[in-house]
Each structure stands twice: as structure tokens, then as C-alpha cells.
Design a protein around this ligand. Structure first.
Ligand code: ATP
Ligand code: MG
Length: 333
């Protein structure tokens, strides 16, 4: 079965063709980096306007790169939440229009289910059940995953998401946008033990996360020191901040392993592309005998292949969405 997936929940306009939920035939993506970069973050109105301009060429590129025609499609899937409503509506409306005109099923996909199960697009060795950590720009949520469609929330952030903390700290330090990639790169030249930042919510009584205190403590650190000192120690500063985020995630994952008795972990979402998180968790997996999986970096961040893959599974289960389906900003999983 061939599914066209469309993703437009934030600042990436993406389309992908996926066969049988696991073989990616093509992926087209238009990044809005240049538009939002001067503002240091995503401007919702500019995002939705740009999606409107790019959605048709992006879909056409994905179709052309996969060398398939409209009549080859078995279904069209699009993210309907969570995300920016104006942006979501563009991809959602395009998907509905294509499905309606072809007389094929349309599937609205929860973006979080896409992240959580993106691993199956490239790693067939993963089996259920597992601990699924979504660590992205809008979420830091830990699930017990028993199978497709069976997700039990174990813990989530009580304030900022981990990716949001990366972005806000990068903005505070004048490092640009998006912050996660910049901090990841610069941290490689820094000492992660140079400065001490707090690890919040370390008690095993909860599997919730918190990152706003860490962000505030970086702000206090900057206020307490001369600008020249901050500039001279920038790599050490961001490496120490990043280490606090990575430690917080690893502390909760190891607590979850103990309480859930699950030894298999799948990490997804934009922050799962972080090189320090990948290497540190890899080391923990080695010493503790855990089975840890990360999608490749391009499948960690927003993409349409994960949307098409979820659409395929819905189609197999006979689930399709009505054309009246609306965009939902705060959709839960
Ligand atoms: N290498 C990296 N290290 C750390 N953070 C990263 C890295 N690459 C991307 N990020 C962060 O990932 C986030 C983007 O991830 P993603 O696209 O999954 O989030 P989103 O779609 O905006 O949010 P959500 O998926 O929760 O709706 C940004 O906050 C970005 O800074
Ligand atoms: Mg995302």
C-alpha cells in the first residue's frame, strides 16, 4: 500500500511517499529556517503563509522523486495536531483535497504517534513493549508502548520541553536558532563539567521532568558574570547546560526502567538527534544491559515519512478520518 504523508505542524513543510509503512520512496522538505531565523523563533503567521506557498510544490516533488502517479496512492495522511493551528490547517486541507479528489481514504495523524513510532521506518529489530521517550520542541513525554495504538503516559514535563530549553538558552546567549543544533555543535569544544547547573525532579517518586529552573539558572549565571567572561567560556557554558539536560533525561529513563521492568528504550523527537544524548545513553545501555534505539537524525526531527507510516497502520486497521476533521493545537496521545 502506498501512502502520501504530509507534515506541516510547525515550520517544516514536508511530504513523503511510504510503501507498506516501512519503505520510504521519497521525502521532500521545505525548511522555513531563513524566515524565522531573524526572529529567533517560529512566527506562526509567517509559518502558515509559507506553508500555503510551498505545500503544492513539496507534494509534487515527493511524488516526482518517488516516480509515482496519483492513481498509485492508496491513502493520504496528514498531521492534525498538536502544533500551530494555522500551519496544521494547510497540510490537513491539502491532504483532504487530494484524498477527496482521488476517492481514497484520508487519515488524520497525531504528530506524537509519528515521533514515537518513527523508529519502525528503519529499524525492524525493535519489538514491543518498550519505553518511548519523545523529547522535542514541544514535548518531553515518557510512554509505556505496548503496541501500535497502545500508549500509556508515564511522565511528562511540568513546564518547558527539553527542546524549548535548548532554544531559549541559545536565544539568551545570542547563539541563534534553532538552538538545539547550535548548542550540540558548540558543546563538542566545551567541558561538560566546567559549570554546575541543577538537575530537577530527580526523585524516583515521579517520572515527570522540569527544565524551566535550568533555563533560569543559566540566565542568573549570565547576569552574574561579565559579558567577556561569558564569551570566553561559551563552549564550556553550553556543554555544561547540555549535560544537565542529558543527565535529567537519563535519570528519568533509568528510574522508568526500574519501575516498569522494561529494558528496551526508543528515543524520538528533535532532541533525540543530540549527539551527547546519543553517546551518553549508548554508554548507559552498555553498562546496564539496556536495548536503546534512536531513529537517524533526519527521522528524529519533523518529517512526513513518520506521518505516512502511521497513516498506513490506520489504513490496515480500517481506520480513516472524516473530511470534517479539524486541526487541534493541544492534542494528547
Ligand atoms: N542536535 C540537537 N540537539 C538538541 N536539540 C535539538 C537538536 N536538533 C534539534 N533539536 C531541537 O529539537 C526541537 C525540534 O524538534 P521537533 O521538530 O521534533 O519539535 P517540534 O515538532 O517543534 O515539537 P513537537 O514534536 O513536540 O510538536 C527544537 O527544539 C530543536 O532545538
Ligand atoms: Mg515534532
Amino acid at each position: 500500500m502506498l501512502i502520501l504523508g504530509i507534515e506541516s505542524s510547525c515550520d517544516d513543510c514536508a511530504a513523503a511517499l511510504v510503501r507498506d509503512g516501512e519503505t520510504i520512496l521519497s521525502q521532500a522538505i521545505h525548511s522555513q529556517f531563513d524566515i524565522h531565523e531573524p526572529f529567533g523563533g517560529v512566527v506562526p503567521e509567517l509559518a502558515s503563509r509559507n506553508h500555503l506557498e510551498k505545500i503544492v510544490p513539496v507534494v509534487e516533488t515527493a511524488m516526482g522523486d518517488a516516480d509515482v502517479g496519483w492513481s498509485d496512492l492508496d491513502g493520504v495522511a496528514a498531521t492534525y495536531g498538536p502544533g500551530l493551528v494555522g500551519s496544521l490547517l494547510v497540510g490537513l486541507s491539502a491532504a483532504k483535497a487530494i484524498a477527496f479528489s482521488l476517492g481514497i481514504p484520508f487519515q488524520g495523524v497525531n504528530h506524537l504517534e509519528g515521533h514515537l513510532t518513527a523508529i519502525f521506518l528503519e529499524d525492524r529489530t525493535v519489538s514491543f513493549p518498550f519505553l518511548g521517550l519523545i523529547v522535542s520542541g514541544g514535548h518531553t513525554s515518557l510512554y509505556r508502548v505496548e503496541g501500535f495504538g497502545s500508549y500509556q503516559l508515564l511522565g511528562q514535563t511540568r513546564d518547558d520541553a527539553a527542546g524549548e530549553a535548548f532554544d531559549k538558552v541559545a536565544k539568551l546567549l545570542g547563539l541563534g536558532y534553532p538552538g538545539g543544533i547550535v548548542i550540540d555543535r558548540l558543546s563538542r569544544q566545551g567541558d561538560p563539567q566546567a559549570f554546575s547547573f541543577p538537575r530537577a525532579m530527580t526523585s524516583p517518586k515521579t517520572l515527570d521532568f522540569s527544565f524551566s529552573g535550568l533555563k533560569t539558572s543559566v540566565r542568573y549565571f549570565v547576569q552574574k558574570h561579565e559579558p567577556a567572561f561569558i564569551q570566553a567560556h561559551m563552549a564550556d557554558l553550553v556543554a555544561s547546560f547540555q549535560e544537565a539536560v542529558v543527565d535529567s533525561l537519563i535519570i528519568k529513563l533509568t528510574q522508568a526502567v526500574t519501575s516498569s521492568q522494561l529494558r528496551r528504550i526508543v528515543v524520538s523527537g528533535g532532541v533525540a538527534a543530540n549527539s551527547r544524548l546519543r553517546s551518553r545513553l549508548g554508554e548507559v545501555a552498555e553498562t546496564e544491559g539496556l536495548d536503546v534505539h534512536f531513529p537517524s537524525p533526519q527521522l528524529c526531527t519533523d518529517n512526513a515519512a513518520m506521518v505516512a507510516a502511521v497513516g498506513y497502520r490506520h489504513l490496515c486497521m480500517g481506520i480513516s478520518s472524516p473530511l470534517s476533521l479539524n486541526a487541534v493545537a493541544n492534542l494528547l496521545l
